[in-house]
Design a protein around this ligand. Structure first.
Ligand code: HEC
Length: 111
């Protein structure tokens, strides 16, 4: 298999992290969100140059802001809301740049 791009590698880690956080929240526990990779998203190299564009950075900034809300949440319910908002910002960027993974991303919502 081809080597994933820098951006794709970051995405895989973020996807795994969000899957784990979903499990933690569903088990009724608070999750820790301390990824530094989110800040690398903005400059990471994509597989193809057209995969990012002028709207990419604002989406990435919105994502980073949503991510910060995970740690502002004071209880599980608040963190579930913050998690679901974050998943929304994953989907929002993907609608513009990379539609393929959206069905997988939508599975990350905590009901
Ligand atoms: C700012 C835009 C943006 C945000 C926010 C974003 N993504 Fe992505 N994502 C992309 C782009 C662009 C690619 C294609 C990267 C490539 O192939 O180089 C991608 C690729 C992926 C992939 C496929 C990786 C692979 O194996 O090729 C998955 C899965 C993914 N994203 C999940 C997520 C999840 C989960 C979130 C939220 C936690 C998220 N993304 C947030 C833009 C974004």
């Amino acid at each position: 298999m081809d080597q994933p791009s820098e951006l794709a590698s970051i995405m895989r880690v973020l996807h795994d992290e969000a899957t784990e956080r979903k499990g933690t929240l569903e088990a009724g526990e608070m999750a820790v969100a301390n990824s530094q990779l989110i800040f690398k998203m903005i400059t990471a190299k994509p597989t193809e140059p057209h995969m990012v564009g002028p709207a990419f950075e604002p989406h990435a900034q919105a994502f980073i802001a949503s991510y910060g809300q995970l740690n502002v949440a004071e209880d599980i319910q608040g963190q579930i809301e913050a998690h679901n908002n974050l998943v929304k910002s994953c989907v929002a960027c993907h609608m513009n740049f990379c539609q393929g993974p959206i069905p997988r991303i939508e599975k990350l919502y905590v009901q």
